[in-house]
Design a protein around this ligand. Structure first.
Ligand SMILES: Cc1cc2nc3c(=O)[nH]c(=O)nc-3n(C[C@H](O)[C@H](O)[C@H](O)COP(=O)(O)OP(=O)(O)OC[C@H]3O[C@@H](n4cnc5c(N)ncnc54)[C@H](O)[C@@H]3O)c2cc1C
Length: 419
């Protein structure tokens, strides 16, 4: 048995092949239509549910894979098919991950199945963190959650924005400030069931986007949303303890104690969701980049100018060599981070961020080069590469912009508080 191997298991190869067929036969043929419609592709989600791909069991099985690689494999194949449809298929996992990382075992058992529904009654979930004035700086969130002790209810008020599946989801996981003065350490997550739609939770503006247009992105308005005490993800006494520690930490800092000693007094808030999902997001970008690279390679071999295929020019061939190199490097970074995450190996150099940063920027560059290789055809909507380029751009923005990933990596490697 070799000590080191990048070989996929038989199960993983089978999974990859099956998903590739679904992506090629079902997702990709539908991609242009849903991109133009700018609507959630319900028939494709339905097909994926029937095939057993859009289901809790499917994602739970992938999550259980001890190597950590199955999830990136799934993402790469689905997003190779189409990123907008891909996000409509996996957006629910963001909400589910919010429940998994913050909820009690009972809450996980109660709510995660409701995020997916069943083959014949498909449901969606959403994770609502971002706000108009709190994007990269999540700590400045204005949405509040106030506990009404007399009625054992939480009252939420605020506006969330750019939420994938926002307003159309059956289950919304909402992050809100319980003690705004404590910034990120004063936040908690709440689960909102479908019965609150129109009763405190409403969809606001639906955004018209540059890319991933088959994925629904909206504001979510929370207006005196009254939730039962049980909607708090995690136990109330533990939240109270965490808040008490954070208040002690804030007081210690105010007294001039060092950040290090104050840090020991404060707990971390609900942001674990993002760090663990970054390699999977990077894998989505790998899928888009691979689609564009393969298409451009094939085109360059068939398109003739000056009496020979354009690939016989170094200018084109070297571009393809760079595309393939960056693509493979991205996948290796994604696989490393996914493997580390699954095996609880700490990201001491921001490895999760590295994978998302590099794969996201590679997807933008590779899709741009693909347009160049296709020339005029690449610039038209008769060919898919312009769509892939539009889709790729989101990977330098959501789940932490490229600049924020660089912040995380630079802080991790230097140990300095880079502002
Ligand atoms: C299609 C789409 C889907 C999304 N889905 C979700 C979702 O499901 N749930 C959710 O909660 N959110 C979602 N988001 C929100 C997304 O996570 C935010 O857009 C992202 O975090 C960036 O925040 P912002 O847009 O406010 O940009 P800003 O924070 O305003 O950043 C603007 C620019 O300033 C830079 N910048 C900011 N701070 C620094 C700094 N300290 N150093 C250097 N540069 C900096 C940024 O990198 C960026 O280039 C989605 C967004 C989009 C567009």
């Amino acid at each position: 048995m070799p000590a080191f191997s990048l070989a996929l298991s038989e199960d993983q190869t089978t999974l990859q092949k099956w998903l590739h067929e679904f992506a090629a036969d079902v997702i990709r043929p539908a991609a242009a239509e849903w991109d133009e419609k700018e609507e959630t592709p319900w028939p494709v989600i339905q097909d994926a549910a029937k095939a057993g791909i859009y289901s809790l069991d499917f994602f739970a099985e992938a999550w259980r894979d001890e190597s950590g690689i199955s999830l990136p494999l799934i993402m790469e194949e689905l997003f190779w098919g189409d990123a907008g449809i891909g996000l409509s298929l996996v957006g629910t996992t963001l909400g589910a991950a919010g429940i998994l990382s913050n909820g009690t075992l009972d809450q996980i058992g109660e709510w995660i199945p409701q995020c997916f529904g069943t083959e014949n009654d498909v449901k969606l979930a959403a994770l609502a963190v971002s706000e108009p004035n709190a994007g990269s700086d999540v700590s400045s969130m204005k949405t509040t959650a106030v506990y009404d002790e007399a009625r054992d209810e939480w009252v939420l008020n605020g506006v969330k924005t750019w939420i994938t599946n926002g307003g159309i989801a059956d289950v919304h996981v909402v992050v809100a400030a319980v003690d705004p003065a404590l910034k990120a350490r004063g936040q908690a997550s709440f689960v909102v069931g479908p019965e609150f739609k129109g009763k405190g939770l409403a969809q606001g503006q639906k955004f018209k986007k540059h890319g991933i247009r088959a994925s629904h992105t909206s504001e979510v308005i929370l207006d005196d949303l009254r939730l039962p005490g049980s909607a708090l993800l995690g136990e109330k006494p533990r939240l109270d303890e965490r808040l008490a520690r954070a208040r002690e930490r804030a007081a210690a800092l105010a007294r001039g104690e060092s950040v290090q000693s104050a840090r020991q007094k404060g707990g971390q808030a609900a942001m674990a969701t993002f760090e663990s999902s970054r390699p999977a997001v990077g894998a989505q970008a790998v899928g888009i980049a691979r689609a564009a690279y393969e298409y451009a390679l094939d085109y360059a071999g068939r398109r003739e100018q000056f009496g020979r295929p354009i690939v016989q020019n170094q200018g084109i061939a070297f571009m393809l060599a760079d595309m393939k190199t960056a693509l493979d490097a991205s996948r290796l970074l994604v696989w490393r981070a996914a493997w580390m995450g699954k095996n609880n190996i700490p990201f001491t150099a921001g490895e999760g961020s590295m994978s998302k940063l590099y794969a996201g920027e590679t997807a933008v560059q590779v899709t741009e080069k693909a347009i160049q290789i296709l020339g005029g055809n690449g610039y038209t909507r008769d060919y898919p590469v312009e769509r892939w380029h539009r889709d790729a751009k989101i990977y330098t923005i959501f789940e932490g912009t490229s600049e924020i990933q660089r912040l995380i990596i630079s802080r991790a490697i230097s140990g300095h508080q880079i502002p």
